[in-house]
Design a protein around this ligand. Structure first.
Ligand SMILES: NC(=O)c1ccc[n+]([C@@H]2O[C@H](COP(=O)([O-])OP(=O)(O)OC[C@H]3O[C@@H](n4cnc5c(N)ncnc54)[C@H](O)[C@@H]3O)[C@@H](O)[C@H]2O)c1
Length: 375
């Protein structure tokens, strides 16, 4: 390996720790062009910072992100904070001269996303946004099959990301349940970029959307004996329209916090007249492919451990969440070094902005109960 890259994390919660986990086993990557090293953490909560003391390479513990950004040692900053803080902190990272690995939804709304994207472009910074599931072998195979264009005339596309933990009405409120911190787009901002990553990368940008949005539990325990208001959308079903080779193709996108029985289920299904492909993390090593013949059948294939980047893990083993997260980071840093070499890349700022255009149009569609055009 060559090309050492020093990384700082702003926001040491759920995802900040996941990144520490991925970077701490960077050595499992086989011949990656970059050597990644986590060296700084920023979080205003002391106990959150202290967790990172178990990572031997971390030397800088900051309560204020400007202290971390002042360090000349750091090349790349990953930011995982509540959505209302994205714009300010992302812009501060860019202005400090560092590259940015952002979290979704890339700003609380379209205006913020555009500002971040335009600032990154004008300052010439390398910026990508996190979305890890397409890096699973099943996501990669579905993408490859669709890109090869051998499915015939496309009939329909379905993609989604489903959770169920919010079915529990006693689950306490957190910042993701309130519009002021999560954003007016609610669950679409939480889960949506994961859902559109592969379709957008295939060039499937919807032109229209009819949205069905649901707020299901509007109050939750506040953790102090009272109740707090939950005013974000819990479930979103978007019926979108694509134009592919002169034909209109329906694409249904589902993002749900209350989906009975689903724990972090990410899926994609692409159906055409000559073939089809289906993959879901519900059956993490199973790929379904369809071929039209005299008899019609779906073929079930057990996938092994084939990420875009080789690792020491044997091809017969099964991948999981930490693996696709590591693969995503490998892709981010390879692309930053100009060495992606045709592999699948992370969400671009343009794609993130486009997702906000779609989700903003979905709000209009739902409010007017009509089909909205995506500008
Ligand atoms: N890629 C994924 O699969 C995935 C999964 C969950 C969340 N996310 C995204 O990651 C981001 C963070 O979500 P999370 O679940 O980790 O949230 P979290 O609540 O677990 O962690 C957020 C952290 O940010 C810290 N923080 C608050 N203000 C800060 C500030 N000014 N400076 C530095 N740190 C500050 C908090 O103390 C907390 O530790 C969000 O954008 C979310 O949408 C991504």
């Amino acid at each position: 390996m060559s090309g050492r890259v020093k990384i700082g994390i702003i926001g040491g919660g759920l995802m900040g720790r996941e990144v520490a986990s991925a970077l701490s086993r960077w050595f499992v990557l086989d011949q990656h062009p970059v050597q990644a090293e986590l060296m700084a953490i920023c979080d205003p909560v002391e106990s959150r910072r202290d967790w990172f003391r178990r990572v031997p390479t971390v030397k800088l513990f900051a309560a204020d992100h400007n202290e971390l950004l002042a360090s000349p040692e750091i090349d790349v900053v990953y930011v995982a904070v509540p959505h209302d803080l994205h714009e300010t902190i992302y812009l501060d990272v860019l202005k400090s001269g560092k590259d940015l690995f952002a979290e979704k939804p890339f700003g609380i709304d379209l205006k913020a996303a555009r500002n971040i994207s335009e600032t990154a472009a004008s300052l010439g910074r390398f910026v990508r946004c996190s979305s890890e599931f397409p890096f699973l072998p099943g996501g990669q195979r579905a993408f490859k099959i669709a890109r090869e264009g051998k499915l015939g005339r496309l009939l329909e596309v379905r993609a989604g990301f489903l959770h169920s933990s919010d079915l529990d009405p006693d689950k306490p409120v957190n910042w993701k349940r309130q519009a002021k911190t999560c954003g007016a787009i609610g669950v679409m901002g939480d889960l949506g970029l994961h859902v559109v990553h592969i379709p957008f990368r295939l060039g499937w940008m919807p032109k229209t959307v009819f949205a069905q949005l649901q707020k299901i539990y509007t109050q939750r325990p506040d953790g102090a004996g009272g109740l707090a208001t939950c005013d974000t959308w819990d479930n979103a079903t978007l019926h979108t329209g694509l134009e592919i080779s002169g034909h209109e193709v329906p694409m249904r996108l589902e993002m749900k916090r209350l989906a009975p029985g689903e724990t972090n289920t990410w899926f994609i299904e692409i159906l055409g007249t000559d073939g089809g492909v289906k993959y879901s993390t519900k059956e993490p090593k199973t790929l379904w492919t369809f071929q039209r013949g005299r008899e019609q059948s779906w073929l079930r294939t057990d996938l092994g451990f084939q990420g875009p980047f080789n690792t020491i893990t044997g091809g017969i083993f099964e991948p999981g969440f930490p693996d696709c997260f590591l693969q995503m980071w490998a892709s981010f840093l390879a692309e930053r070094a100009g060495k992606l070499d045709g592999r699948f890349g992370c969400v671009t700022p343009e794609e993130a902005v486009r997702s906000h255009q779609l989700f903003g149009a979905a709000l209009h569609s739902h409010a007017g109960k009509n089909l909205a055009t995506i500008e």
